[in-house]
Design a binder for this molecule. Structure first.
Ligand SMILES: Cc1cc2nc3c(=O)[nH]c(=O)nc-3n(C[C@H](O)[C@H](O)[C@H](O)COP(=O)(O)OP(=O)(O)OC[C@H]3O[C@@H](n4cnc5c(N)ncnc54)[C@H](O)[C@@H]3O)c2cc1C
Length: 480
């Protein structure tokens, strides 16, 4: 028999009906990971996202590298969270059917000054406890990466740097949160709120108010604005830093096995060449300061520079077409480290300026934030049984859906997306609500024809099937 405070899943019921223990503002990778962590620890959670889907901000477009932290600032919160996030991803990815491409990385020196710097990079990596990092000479490097330009002078090897799926992982985190009881509201732009000493009443201009005892600000590029609007102050200022990318057709992926990193500068990790989990080869990102927070446009001039830089590093890229371009905005700020603040008197934690490593660090950051929360809030009882979703595999390096019988038809031939995958994405726990969401959940239209051949069929298959209207409440089933 269930006790009054138990919902059958080992979790205490919130005393006041309709009041959440925690409201997570923002459905980027950080918000998704935070929502998951708090749900698993027993909190009644709601995630509020102003976009029409998760990953509407910085998390939409990144390099998808699972970082070891070898080059993170020593003793920083970023290093701590990157390494904890890396470790947890490796512990859980198989349970979620998430992919991992064990590429390793080389930090390559292209001039004598960079060559002299390699031993410092190795020392810093060792200081950061990434002990398998070593310096190798150009002969070994070119033997391992024979398509690399002969101009390479030497490198640092980082065997633990890997590539993951940047969209399925956060989707998996939030899907698990929902399966275990979280609620999600899209198109919920938290514009104001009142704190009564015990909890928050959060308001948007278009939807019903939300009551929550505690707020975790994971608003990414708008984190400082949210703090200003609701707390009346922000201890950091977001300065968006744009990164543009070019994507080479799949033939390019055979030209490299590892991630090729540059010797980093003060401002950026620099231009990277990496295979993607989807079988392409990526060159980018640029690092461009801008004031605009909502738009990440690409520019012909910067893309040309990327192409030239990429082809100088791997000359055979000249023979392979670029099939797509994109840009993302890093939520950078005036400081190099993450800006995580606890406001005990306001029941509020801000996870700000998670700029270049958030995909990796999100799981570690979620644990860190939960630890800080636990110092301020009443103890929770973690879930006794946990539901874990199996995510559809989108990796080119694992069997895709079309290899299994019963898939219906191939809808997108470039990316071999099946009708079954489309149907599942539209009816999943966190369904695709528009074409962008469908692309990220299935890869449809993301191949070399960029939707030319599959757009009409996709339109037929999805007609009247996307969820419309501003209010969508996704309710977890743990209480049912
Ligand atoms: C070019 C580039 C390359 C990168 N490469 C890597 C990499 O290789 N590896 C790695 O680990 N990391 C990488 N990153 C970093 C990673 O993508 C970011 O650290 C991460 O996306 C930040 O996530 P976030 O959840 O903090 O912010 P966001 O993704 O911006 O999420 C914040 C969310 O909050 C919502 N929101 C904002 N205000 C409100 C409001 N008032 N009400 C409701 N919702 C609101 C937004 O719509 C948004 O969806 C890269 C980033 C970029 C841009």
């Amino acid at each position: 028999m269930r006790s009054k405070t138990d919902n059958g899943n080992g979790r205490p019921r919130t005393e006041k009906q309709g009041v959440f223990d925690v409201a997570v503002v923002g459905g980027g990778v950080v918000g998704c990971a935070v929502a998951r962590k708090f749900v698993l620890e027993g909190a009644k959670v709601i995630l509020l996202e102003k976009g029409s889907d998760i990953l509407s901000g910085a998390s939409k477009a990144n390099s998808a590298i699972l970082h070891t932290g070898f080059d993170a600032p020593p003793n920083s919160l970023e290093l701590q969270c990157v390494q904890a996030g890396y470790k947890e991803y490796l512990e859980i990815f198989k349970d979620f059917n998430l992919p991992l491409l064990k590429t390793s990385a080389f930090v390559v020196a292209w001039n004598d000054q960079q060559l002299a710097h390699l031993s410092e990079i190795k020392s810093q990596a060792h200081q950061n406890n990434v002990m398998d990092v070593d310096v190798i000479d150009r002969e070994i490097l070119l033997k391992m990466e024979p398509h690399l330009s002969n101009a390479a002078l030497g490198a640092v090897t980082v065997p633990g740097e890997f590539v993951i799926d940047p969209w399925s992982s956060p989707l998996a985190y939030l899907t698990q949160a929902v399966l275990n009881g979280a609620e999600v509201r899209f198109e919920y732009d938290v514009s104001s709120g009142q704190f009564d000493g015990d909890g928050w009443l959060l308001k948007s201009d278009t939807q019903a108010d939300v009551s929550a005892r505690f707020v975790i600000n994971c608003a990414g590029l708008y984190g400082d604005y949210l703090d200003q609007a609701l707390l009346g102050q922000s201890e950091f200022l977001i300065k968006p830093r744009k990164g543009q990318f070019i994507v080479y057709d799949k033939a390019a992926s055979s030209l490299l096995t590892s991630i090729i990193l540059p010797v980093p500068s003060e401002r950026t990790k620099g231009i990277v060449l990496t295979r993607t989990i989807f079988g392409n080869l990526l060159v980018g990102p640029t690092a461009e300061e801008q004031d605009e927070r909502g738009i990440a446009s690409v520019s012909h001039c910067e893309l040309e520079k990327l192409k030239t830089a990429g082809e100088a590093i791997v000359p055979s890229l000249k023979d392979i077409p670029v099939i797509a371009t994109y840009a993302g905005l890093r939520p950078a700020c005036e400081s190099k480290d993450y800006r995580v603040f606890e406001y005990q008197e306001k029941n509020w934690i801000t996870a700000g300026a998670i700029r270049s490593t958030g995909l990796t660090s999100s799981l570690g950051l979620a644990s860190y934030i939960f630890k800080q929360y636990s110092k301020m809030a009443k103890p929770l009882i973690s879930l006794a049984t946990i539901k874990t979703p199996k995510m559809p595999n989108l990796s080119e390096y694992e069997p895709r859906d079309w290899t299994q019988p019963g898939y219906g038809e191939i809808v997108c031939h470039c990316e071999m997306v099946t009708k079954r995958e489309i149907d599942n994405a539209i009816s999943s726990v966190l369904p695709a609500r528009d074409l962008s969401g469908l692309k990220r959940r299935t890869r449809a239209t993301m191949g070399r024809c960029q939707s030319f051949y599959c757009a009409a069929r996709l339109a037929e298959l999805t007609k009247n099937k996307f969820v419309n209207g501003p209010i969508v409440e996704i309710k977890g089933d743990a209480n049912e």
